[in-house]
Design a protein around this ligand. Structure first.
Ligand code: AMP
Length: 411
């Protein structure tokens, strides 16, 4: 890495999409961009289809969003198209200012507890975890290989969704099933969204004017996927997702917690196959299964029109959320803050109000005026008298990945 190399490209490779952001991490660039400034952001969607789409916004030049449609065959073609867009703005992957590429990797198992520079052994280990993350890790591996081929000399760093949760005590991480079977198949609770939980719990401490080591926070990451975590003094002690992202809260399309016997029943009685059940619980359940919509805006609109199905879906969503807030209050013993984040958590004031309603005995309350404020900044929504702070803390997984990547390669 050269002294001037301060940029990090963050890649989030999904099975048919690549999201990317180029950030400048230079903390003292003498009048230049502040650390974490976005130079470009974009998304390639529907890779492998005729109707692939690339949307690129060159923030550094203040240029307009550019959109191109047309077939992009695979991840290699997608990354090449991204590289061409970046080059057009003088931000190409061949720039000496590029310090590293940071990759979001969903499953790091137990081995990866921190961001890691990728070499062959690391890549093999990520591959070994494919059986526990069949939907996500293969796409992440493809993204890494493609980026390596484009810039073989550049450090590539893996930042794992599971890493923040590796501090969970064994009694929180183990399922109460036969130990030998569990160990043979690496069945345990890993948790996901860790990059977001790490970032938001730290930002919440900052909002309270405290060091992360001094505060206990319940983080509610409520997006289309949703998870809760209990963070004690900056360390995760429990989280709601498990072996896969299916466990825990009611999500946009996932059921969250369910009696596993439901799956036997669906196979034995309803004649469904393994794949049918997988699709049902991951894609056709949660809010969409309950009321046909997974967008909280639409659900609120329907509720306002008196729609009973939307109302019940909302109530089930909130009931589960409340149970986790109660459970994690018990796990933590003392809670300093409950932080709402991600698409629903940051934007849906009625969800925040309903989730904390009736929890005054637990020190929780929401100030209606503060809760109604719309802002991209971390903010308190609890009245001053509340013993436990309630906060909205926008997440920024890309910034967290860039910071962790840059810290590793510039150390
Ligand atoms: P995420 O996965 O974090 O991008 O969150 C996406 C979800 O956030 C959407 O499916 C919506 O349910 C929700 N969302 C986004 N904007 C709003 C809004 N203004 N009000 C309510 N919910 C929203």
């Amino acid at each position: 890495m050269t002294a001037t190399a301060t940029r990090v490209l963050v890649l989030n490779s999904g099975s048919s999409s690549v999201k990317y952001q180029l950030l400048d991490m230079n903390p003292d660039s003498g009048g230049g961009p502040a650390a974490g400034t976005r130079l470009a952001v974009g998304l390639v969607e529907r890779i492998g289809e005729e109707t692939s789409r690339l949307a690129h916004t060159p923030l550094a030049t203040g240029g307009d969003k550019r959109e191109t449609e047309g077939p992009i065959a695979d991840h290699e073609a997608a990354l090449k198209a991204v590289a061409a867009e970046l080059s057009a703005d003088g931000l190409g992957l061949d720039s000496p200012q590029l310090a590293a590429i940071g990759h979001r990797v969903v499953h790091g198992g137990l081995k990866f507890t921190a961001p890691t520079v990728i070499d062959d052994a690391v890549l093999q280990e990520i591959e070994r975890l494919v059986p526990v993350a069949p939907l996500h890790n293969p796409a992440n591996i493809t993204g890494i290989r493609t980026a390596q081929a484009l810039r073989p000399d550049l450090p590539q760093v893996a930042v794992f969704d599971t890493a923040f949760h590796t501090t969970m005590p064994e009694y929180a991480a183990r399922y109460a099933i036969d130990v030998a079977t569990a160990d043979a198949h690496r069945i345990r609770r890993y948790g996901f969204h860790g990059t977001s939980h790490a970032y938001v719990s730290r930002k919440t401490a900052e909002l309270l004017g405290k060091d992360p080591s001094e505060v206990n926070v319940i983080v509610l990451h409520l997006g289309n996927g949703a998870s809760a975590s209990a963070v004690a003094g900056g360390r995760c002690v429990d989280t709601s997702m498990g072996l896969t992202p299916l466990e825990g809260l009611v999500m946009g399309t996932r059921s969250g917690d369910i009696d596993p016997a439901v799956t036997f029943h669906l196979k034995r009685v309803a004649g469904m196959s393994e794949d049918d059940v997988d699709v049902l619980l991951n894609k056709k359940s949660g809010l969409v299964g309950l009321c046909g919509d997974n967008d909280m805006r639409e659900i609120r609109r329907r509720i306002d029109e008196g729609d009973e199905r939307a109302r019940l879906a909302f109530d089930i969503y909130i009931h589960r959320l409340k149970k986790y807030i109660g459970a994690y209050t018990a796990v933590l013993g003392r809670v300093d803050a409950v932080a709402f984040t991600a698409g629903v958590g940051e934007n849906a004031a009625p969800v925040r109000a309903a989730a904390l309603a009736g929890l005054e005995e637990m020190g929780l309350a929401v100030d209606a005026d503060l809760n109604a404020v719309r802002s991209g900044e971390p903010r308190l929504i609890s009245p001053e008298y509340a013993r436990v702070a309630a906060a909205v803390v926008p997440t920024d997984e890309e910034l967290e990945i860039a910071q962790q990547t840059y810290a590793l390669v510039s150390a």
